[in-house]
Design a protein around this ligand. Sequence first.
Ligand SMILES: NC(=O)CC[C@H](N)C(=O)O
Length: 457
Amino acid sequence: MELAIKNPIAPTTQNFLKPKPKVKSLRVFSLKCVSSLSSSDGAATGVVERPWKTSDARLVLEDGSVWRAKSFGARGTQVGEVVFNTSLTGYQEILTDPSYAGQFVLMTNPHIGNTGVNFDDEESRQCFLAGLVIRSLSISTSNWRCTKELGDYLLERNIMGIYDVDTRAITRRLRQDGSLVGVLTTEESKTDEELLKMSRSWDIEGIDLISGVSCTAPYEWVGKTDLEWDFNREGRGEIYHVVAYDFGIKHNILRRLASYGCKITVVPSKWPASETLKMKPDGVLFSNGPGDPSAVPYAVETVKELLGKVPVFGICMGHQLLGQALGGKTFKMKFGHHGGNHPVRNLLANRVEISAQNHNYAVDPASLPEGVEVTHINLNDGSCAGLAFPALNVMSLQYHPEASPGPHDSDSADTSSYCNSEAANAILNFRRIHGVNEESKTKGISRNVSDCGKKRR
Ligand SMILES: NC(=O)CC[C@H](N)C(=O)O
């Protein structure tokens, strides 16, 4: 089946390939009503003096813009790539998503911190992100599950935050010019020029970030989604054994697999494929994870060694590793997809799912060999959002079927259909429907899927 995909609503490639503008000089920005600290070039002025907190932090972007605002959480100096996230809720899940390692998350929702934080919403053992950039930090928290305020939570985890930033202006900049490296500092001794230089000498590309977030030894995962919140209330016990490679795995992936009847062994990112095969799993999951997927060739090798020997499923980084293991290439997108409102067309089920996404890289469908199908496309830009290679029992999604935070369209209690894209369904159904050695009935790939969204360096 040739999947000729034309996406009538995708923006033109032209829009997505605009080069970065050349920056002539440093420009200082601050919200007029909040700053009373004079900047080195005198541009920042304010009208409100104490007792309000005055600006004590700067975010300097590699394009030369300097954003003066107020710090919360930890103090110091931190470099990272700035990305914007369009989720309205779920900041705590975002803060604890290991895939944000090396990145500042700028929330487009202006009001953050109003529900505080709690122990249940953490997606990993710690916060790995570089920092949090927000417009307004809620002055009070109100939620029955709240155990702590956001600022205190970040301080305890040594994560920097900056608020009273014009997040709309930065988001427009990122949309136009692509993701930018930035430096966040509370240190007045550092000049804007120094910080700019620091931002321009750092790059997230080519760095192995997954080994810094992965677990170091295998462990058994226990813990399902609370029945109160679960769509799959039947409870199936543990019918299948899944080995999950932890490249920065989110807890909700594990919870959803457990709820769908999987016994899960989580293994570190460098766990040998031969050891995994000795465990005789029914399926292997390659998890999400931070950074450049082309910078972790050892993980691609592990995936290659497992291909065809056991059904495999990949999520986000796992999808990108599978794409490479199948012979394809990944590329850096202009500003990526981060948020809980991304429409995806599920070509297998012929339906649209609103999905949770967090990635800056994507698999180039034109680089994939014959037999690999593009099964899902992102309807905002036509990029590849899912792959399948039935001959080798491979399925993967670029986005997060487990959500957390985000919509649950891609989760399903129905395990009877190949078309459902929830992680456990995919693993379970591939084995049942295709059999390990069955030849692919599908030929060709969707080479016509738009390659827009590419970042031009
Ligand atoms: N969530 C993820 O797994 C992210 C994948 C990869 N680090 C990217 O940014 O594209």
